[in-house]
Design a protein around this ligand. Structure first.
Ligand SMILES: [Ca+2]
Length: 302
């Protein structure tokens, strides 16, 4: 029985009982009132009491429900391949392109754009990004590579084959991760907000707030667009959020703890940060800053 039905029945019972209350002690408290007023007072009183009781019950139910977080699936992983990765590469962006990986590395004086052979980790092509810039995320859209910088609010555009710099663009705030859905550039800035930019004029088309249930998911870092979802590394966490690009809701978590064995890296900043996707062969690649390995992984249900 619903609460509404319960209280409707309660009100009806009280109304039926009212005529028999004439001789009741409680009723005698209102003896100074005319009979018609007594009856009206009783009806209004019964209604107010039932509304008050209903409100208390509703609040109580709401309080019981509020701490609950909507559960989302948690995925594990299987390593399909582990390949060498330049342990000096402070990975900030990773993209699959024509059988190779494009990689952006950060830190002032060490920033670069690279083309890397997957199986050997060999750097086939490299363009340095000079100081004062700290390179961040990259994405490939219609033959152009877009590369963010961390705090300079400027991005660089390159030809995807020659790495020739063909333009710049500007955005507000910090630049962390970059991806695209074929229409918009998708930009993270370390908060729980993701901006979708028009690649024609770099205006913000939409901003989504990323939440797990009702909790904001902050420090979204490297991004990848994978089969209609945004995958996002969480800074300093061994996990990737799978995000609905329409609503910002976290659809699932990929737990990658143990991917790199303990002791393989010692730097505190050598954290998971690099997701690339080979759409044709549905291969998912991950690595991290200063990691000696790059992994192809397959997701498993946990
Ligand atoms: Ca990526």
């Amino acid at each position: 029985m619903s609460l509404e039905t319960y209280f409707l029945i309660l009100v009806v019972i009280l109304l039926v009982m009212i005529p028999s209350l004439k001789s009741d002690m409680t009723w005698s408290l209102f003896s100074f009132l005319p009979k018609r007023v007594k009856r009206r007072t009783a009806i209004i009183g019964a209604l107010l009491l039932s509304i008050l009781a209903h409100a208390c019950q509703t609040t109580s139910v709401a309080n019981l429900k509020s701490p609950e977080k909507s559960p989302v699936p948690i995925y594990g992983y299987e390593v399909v391949h582990a390949w060498p990765h330049d342990p000096g590469a402070y990975t900030q962006g990773l993209v699959f392109h024509d059988g190779k990986l494009l990689e952006s590395t950060g830190q002032v004086g060490h920033s670069s754009l690279r083309r890397v052979e997957i199986e050997s980790g060999k750097v086939l092509q490299k363009l340095d990004v000079d100081a004062p810039y700290f390179a961040e995320g990259i994405t490939l859209l219609k033959g152009k590579i877009y590369q963010l910088t961390w705090q300079h609010q400027v991005g660089f555009i390159y030809d995807a084959w020659t790495f020739e710099k063909i333009g710049e663009f500007h955005y507000q705030g910090e630049g962390w991760g970059l991806a695209n859905d074929g229409q918009s550039l998708i930009l993270s800035d370390g908060s729980n907000h993701i901006r979708l930019l028009d690649p024609a004029n770099f205006q913000v088309r939409k901003t989504i707030a990323v939440v797990d249930g009702s909790a904001p998911v902050n420090e979204l870092n490297e991004l990848e667009y994978v089969q209609g979802e945004i995958y996002a590394n969480i800074w300093h966490a061994d996990r990737i959020a799978r995000i609905d690009p329409r609503t910002g809701a976290v659809l699932g978590w990929i737990e990658l703890t143990g991917l790199l064995a303990r002791g393989e890296v010692s730097d505190e900043e050598a954290v998971l940060n690099g997701i690339a996707y080979d759409e044709t062969n549905r291969r998912l690649f991950v690595t991290g800053k200063l990691w000696p390995k790059l992994f192809e992984i397959r997701l498993t249900s946990k």
